[in-house]
Design a protein around this ligand. Structure first.
Ligand code: COA
Length: 440
């Protein structure tokens, strides 16, 4: 697999189609300050957020320069330098069952100027990214979405959910363990220095997680916020175990309390715990901060153990949402990259409108959970489980977080032999619920 993703040629099909609509498809040189600045400001406009000020522009010019950066330009405009369509991408990785990772073509910053919407610009950008990733041998593409209705048509589906948790702290008395390590406040800068290393220890055990980049850590730590007043309210805490080893970090912000000073809201902006003790210590701390009536945590797993660590589960309001979207491009590469929970022989008849994953495949999983994929003849071998599905469903079940039985129930996967869903679920299930704790 090539890692020369920044300079790989632009997709000729998308270039031709955009040219036919009078538009120019081009890679943006991120070392060209004016061109890259215009691209970054177009991206901000696309998401309806403030133009980058001088300080943040500098940070973005430096922090995102490593990505493959593509624009669509309308040379007939008074300002032909600012793109009317943007996308960037890089070869990242996503954790899969078995504490392993698989390379993924990460796609971000998909925007189209409102002046040029619904002319197929986004379609050409997305299809162009998929064809480029496939040509470079990357087994899957991945993204997080602002609108969930857009990406199914390109073969994406959500493979890991995330949830917002709101906990009424007056109702939720702590019933979990009380670890013996030490909690202490640290400066935001120390949190920023420590969190990538701790997170990297943890993410390899959570299917769906992806590594983050330096600028994203600066943003999480509040070191790249436009609103400096809010950033100054962030508080960072570390947890060290009884031997003095760092095992957990949390970052939070307390707001509200205007009408009643005893009823602030504590927003958990980040929480990474490498051990169950660190998890318990940090959650207990957050739930017991005085003058707070509600703790809100975003982008948490749908299966947080904290639900079982408080006296009253109904103190929780819980909003799950689709979050980590995957799109398998190479069925063999993707399925052989993860491990499986049981041995099985599984026939998969996959349809893919864009062609990448189309075909009939036989996945044979041995007693050690290692899978091998071969092309399958027309009939599924005797004794195999057999499913017919589109690439969307294959991408959804890939991490083991979406049961096949659910998608059979939804009429989205067809069992070609009865009982197949149970066999595939037994093999695909992940010991840890897939999750993704960031936007990218
Ligand atoms: C979403 C966005 C990129 C679409 O761009 P566009 O160039 O107008 O889209 P296209 O003309 O290529 O349309 C592609 C397909 O997506 C559909 N589509 C586009 N925007 C959609 C939306 N907001 N919701 C649902 N479907 C949408 C189109 O109907 C079309 O479907 P079809 O090909 O099956 O007929 C653009 O509206 C935008 O920049 N929005 C704000 C930023 C954003 O939300 N980006 C997505 C980041 S996750």
């Amino acid at each position: 697999m090539s890692t020369d993703f920044r300079t790989a040629p632009l997709d000729a099909t998308s270039a031709e189609r955009l040219a036919a609509a009078g538009l120019r498809y081009a890679l943006v040189d991120t070392a060209d300050r004016d061109a890259f600045s215009a691209w970054l400001q177009a991206d901000m406009r696309g998401f309806h957020v403030a133009r980058l000020n001088d300080e943040l522009l500098e940070k973005n010019l430096e922090g995102l320069a490593y990505r493959r950066t593509t624009g669509v330009f309308d040379d007939a405009l008074i300002d032909p330098v600012t793109p009317v369509g943007t996308v960037n991408s890089w070869i990242g990785e996503v954790t899969v069952p078995g504490s392993r990772t698989v390379p993924g073509w990460a796609i971000s910053s998909v925007t189209v100027a409102p002046t040029h919407r619904r002319k197929g610009v986004a379609r050409n950008l997305l299809e162009g990214e998929l064809r480029t990733a496939s040509a470079l041998g990357v087994p899957l593409a991945m993204l997080t979405v602002s609108e969930s209705s857009i990406y199914g048509r390109y073969g994406f589906a959500t493979a890991a959910m995330a949830a917002e948790w709101r906990i009424d702290t007056k109702r939720a008395k702590w019933t979990g363990p009380t670890p013996g390590g030490r909690l202490q406040f640290i400066p935001q800068e120390e949190f920023r220095a420590l969190v990538p290393g701790l997170f990297d220890r943890v993410r390899l055990s959570v299917p769906g997680e992806v590594p983050l980049w330096d600028l994203r850590w600066d943003q999480i730590a509040g070191l790249a916020w436009e609103d400096k007043g809010s950033a100054a309210k962030l508080r960072a805490v570390r947890y060290d175990d009884e031997k003095g080893k760092l095992q957990g970090l949390a970052l939070y912000l307390v707001k509200g309390g205007d009408d009643d000073f005893t009823k602030h809201t504590l927003e958990v902006h980040h929480l990474t715990a490498a051990t169950p003790d660190a998890y318990a210590a940090l959650w207990r701390f957050l739930l017991e901060v005085d003058l707070v009536s509600e703790v809100k945590a975003y982008l948490r797993s749908v299966d947080e153990p904290v639900r079982w660590m408080i006296s009253d589960m109904r103190a929780i309001r819980f909003t799950p949402s689709d979050h980590q979207y995957l799109r398998i491009l190479d069925v063999k590469g993707a399925l052989e990259a993860r491990s499986y929970a049981s041995s099985a022989m599984i026939a998969l008849v996959v349809t893919d409108e864009l062609g990448f994953a189309q075909g009939r495949f036989l996945l044979e999983i041995d007693g050690k959970g290692v899978g091998e994929v071969r092309p399958m003849q027309s009939v599924a071998p005797r004794g195999s489980a057999a499913l017919a599905l589109t690439v969307n469903e294959l991408s959804a079940i890939y991490l083991g977080g979406v049961p096949v039985a659910t998608l059979v129930g939804a009429g989205r996967i067809k069992e070609l032999r009865s009982g197949s869903a149970a066999v595939v679920d037994g093999a695909f299930r992940s010991p840890r619920t897939p999750s993704l704790s960031s936007w990218y």
